[in-house]
Design a protein around this ligand. Sequence first.
Ligand SMILES: [Cu+2]
Length: 255
Amino acid sequence: MRAQNRNREQDFSKNTWRSAAALAVSTALFVAYFQYEKFNASVQREMQQNAQVGRPLVGGPFSLVDHHGRPVTDQDFRGKWMLVYFGYTFCPDVCPEELEKMGTVIDAITAAEGEASINSSSANDDVAQYQHAPLVPLFISCDPKRDSIASIKEYLAQFHPTFLGLTGTHGQIKRVAKAYRLYYSAPPKAVDDDETDYLVDHSIFFYLMDPEGKYVFHFGRNETAEDVVARITAARQAYASYAVDEAKKAAPART
Ligand SMILES: [Cu+2]
């Protein structure tokens, strides 16, 4: 009798656990779906607000040299999305981690959208490097003294074939960093003497810029590749639908 009771109790608790688990799973699914919708709506709202009230003043014109030794300006990237990162090749751990993440993001977006990825064998063909890329990942050196054009090229190749490295004079780097509101320390060693052993402290952000070169979002270290992919994808969808709306408005009304 006691044994039967125990069995019944066990069955009861097993069933209770099962239905609790089922409830938990469906609740989680519902919450995930709700969060997804809420997330898309929030990205769209943020972009609409930017379009209406003006975006934060982040980014702007720059004039630098790319890792093939060609002069480039921000104008060369109009019509493309830019993902801009500031760092330096001697960075012990943060830059490698973040560039790795950026490579994962580029791969995920390219795979999801079935877009033509850049053939790394065309790396020597100067313009081809980013001509077909929908999203150009840019690395701007904040240690122009030690980061030579050749070393930037070699360094970035470890992370992703589509990376384009940019550098310039101290003055040019200072201007572009200021435009992006990016902090980096330039210790006296980084500027003058023969010292080669120093660290450059810098803020760690990726900036997403739209095809008009306007700031959309920035991403921090705490955001995973997955988070970044989701926000970029939502931003690109919102931009595309916004562009369609604008085109409709611009079209002459039929009578
Ligand atoms: Cu770094």
